[in-house]
Ligand binder design. Structure first.
Ligand code: NDP
Length: 588
């Protein structure tokens, strides 16, 4: 996950070391406080990622049930063969499919757990859902779709609509299978085909399989004693129960509502909850950093002037570093790597202190304002952007229950307990996030020699570009570890989609049947990943969260490639220019 300086590449405000504005002691004092707060949190949850429940079966299955798709449609099991099969129907599948159509691939099937395409944007329909990345960059294929987003920051329904429009435009509904979860993906060496089974009894075969199942796919719950004794209503934010809340949340006007978690999801949902619930209790363990959200409706005059190809030009420009001034070049040349890191830290602290001042300006009650201040380095947690979140705590019906790092550890029949107080609720909402980056979340992937991918990775991940892994021919992984991170995830997915389509095109055009990366290529890439990780102590110094594996030890190869997104793109280009060096091809 994004755990080095490189991870800030989408956020230009603090990207480059800047001149510090305070004496060194000022920064040291703040760093001391960051460390204290981090240690406090770690002391409450030494179990790391095991504090969460991700196996939502049995009585917990309802937290994962799809509230949007309606009845499961009865159908006969499918027994057929396609050329390309996508596991997952979000942006990964959609934008790769668009490129595959461009090179003439006709037989494309999406297998998707939800009842439609959209992935993240299918599942996350909580009130206030929107994307923090500028829509003109985030929404992919705007040139191809001839579409200009209606706002600077698109809302969830517009993004879901865009996903559906892509699926229609590229005829992806034709072979798609919804309400279906892939359970195993097994390489058949004799047939040189992947055999894919599902929870609906299907047995499909595919020449190419793309794991397009997303980075944050499976909802997770905090393991809290007594959760099952709660007698009120409850759900996870990614399975919003509008039947209970009402589409406009009006059914909450006589309800006491609680929400556990204050991450990016909660930050967007809380303003609407605060405006509609009779009472709202926000159970906070660690506050998010909340900056200004500079949103506006797209100016039709600006949109009308956009020339064909405007998005790809805009994207290319965004990925190019602005040139340094002569003074910057000289200053940098005279700085040691340690000085550069220190200066970046100071800039990040200045940013966080600005976030603190914003809280003081917007939150009336000084005790609440103090509790809402995040004490960790910028980018230790996902930064948030919202204009109504902080003022929501000025509402008389909204109460912050600050657990100061401890979190909620007990729930009784009436509701969560903290400091001996039981908060009696009608509705409890879990905004506790998602399992992180598990390739094939619901799925067992078995390659050559009957080797399970999980077993292959037991001593550390091994891939080329985070996409290919030796012994798993014609299998491609999107959005996983060992790939680059970018604040705009669709940039990464588009680069990977373009790459995968080019690989499949290369196999087809040359009359090959399979491609597999070599063990040497894999070793090269693992070394690249290792070389670029752990350059700073940031991962270790950060407050726990999913970005740093909740403070757990993590092998250097089991994370993102942190050489920067432009370098990642350059490596992809180079790999494609030297296919025969990095891959073996068969035409048997
Ligand atoms: P997160 O994992 O970011 O947040 C989970 C929250 O639950 C944290 O605040 C965590 O506290 C809290 N928590 C967990 N256990 C307990 C407990 N026992 N008691 C109290 N609090 C608890 O999940 P989100 O769904 O908010 O966000 C996931 C990601 O999805 C984001 O990081 C972002 O990448 C993406 N996203 C993007 C959006 C956007 O573009 N605007 C909007 C929404 C999501 P603690 O911090 O202490 O661990």
């Amino acid at each position: 996950m994004p755990n080095t300086q490189d991870a800030t590449s989408g956020l230009r405000t603090t990207e480059r070391p800047r001149r510090p504005v305070h004496p060194p002691e000022y920064y040291e004092e703040i760093k001391k406080r960051f460390a204290e707060e981090r240690n406090l949190r770690l002391s409450y949850r030494p179990e790391g990622t095991a504090q969460y429940l991700t196996d939502l079966s049995g009585a917990l299955a309802r937290y994962e049930t799809d509230p949007y798709g309606g009845e499961i449609i009865d159908r006969d099991p499918i027994d057929d063969a396609v050329e390309v099969l996508f596991i997952g129907g979000g942006f990964s599948a959609l934008l790769t499919s668009a490129r595959l159509r461009e090179v003439g691939v006709e037989s494309i099937r999406i297998v998707e757990r939800g009842a439609d395409v959209g992935g993240t944007w299918y599942w996350n329909r909580y009130p206030g859902v929107a994307c923090d990345v500028v829509a003109y960059d985030y929404l992919p294929l705007l040139d191809e779709m001839n579409y200009v987003p209606t706002r600077h920051y698109a809302r969830g329904d517009e993004i879901l609509g865009h996903c559906q429009a892509i699926a229609r435009r590229y005829d992806l509904y034709e072979l798609a299978v919804f309400q279906t979860t892939v359970t195993s993906t097994t390489w058949n060496e004799a047939e040189q085909l992947w055999h894919v089974t599902t929870d609906r009894g299907d047995h499909m075969r595919a020449t190419f399989v793309v794991c397009a199942n997303g980075t944050l796919t499976k909802p997770k719950l905090a393991r809290i004693a007594g959760m099952d004794t709660f007698t009120g209503h409850s759900f996870h934010t990614s399975r919003w129960d509008y039947a209970y809340t009402g589409g406009d949340l009006s059914k909450l006007s006589d309800k006491v509502v609680g929400i556990i978690g204050t991450g990016a999801t909660a930050v967007q949902a809380i303003p609407d909850l605060g405006a509609n619930a009779r009472e709202l209790y926000v159970f906070q363990r660690t506050p998010s950093s909340i900056d200004v959200r500079d949103d506006w409706e797209t100016d039709p005059a600006w949109a009308a002037k956009l020339e064909p190809g405007w998005q790809s030009k805009r994207r290319a420009k965004a990925l190019t570093e602005p040139p340094l001034t002569a003074l910057q070049v000289e200053t940098r040349a005279n700085m040691t790597p340690e000085e550069k890191v220190r200066r970046q830290e100071m800039a990040n602290i200045d940013y966080m202190m600005r976030i603190h001042r914003r809280i003081e300006e917007l939150v009336d009650d000084p005790v609440t304002a103090e509790a809402l201040k995040p004490w960790y380095m910028f980018m230790c947690k996902r930064p948030c952007f919202h204009n109504e979140y902080l003022p929501t705590f000025n509402r008389p019906n909204v109460h912050l229950v600050d657990t100061h790092g401890a979190g909620i550890t007990e729930i009784r029949a009436g509701g969560p307990v903290f400091d001996g107080v039981e908060y009696k609720l009608d509705l409890l909402i879990y905004a506790t996030g998602f399992e992180v980056q598990k390739t094939g979340t619901y799925n067992r992937i078995v390659g050559e020699g009957a080797l399970d991918l999980q077993d292959k990775y037991r001593d550390g991940m091994r891939t080329v570009l985070g996409i290919h892994t030796h012994g798993y021919p014609n299998l491609f992984i999107m959005g996983g570890y060992q790939a680059s991170f970018n604040f705009n995830l669709t940039d990464v997915l588009q680069a990977q989609g373009d790459h995968i389509a080019a690989c499949i095109d290369h196999v087809r055009r040359n009359g090959y049947k399979t491609m597999d990366c070599t063990a040497e290529a894999e070793e090269w890439w693992v070394e690249q990943v290792i070389a670029h990780r752990g350059k700073t102590s940031r991962n270790h110094d950060c407050t726990p969260g999913y970005y740093n594996f909740e403070g757990e030890f993590n092998r250097r190869q089991d994370g993102n490639y942190n050489g920067g997104f432009p370098a990642y793109g350059a490596h992809m280009t180079d790999v494609r220019a030297n296919f025969d060096v990095h891959f073996t091809f068969s035409n048997a």
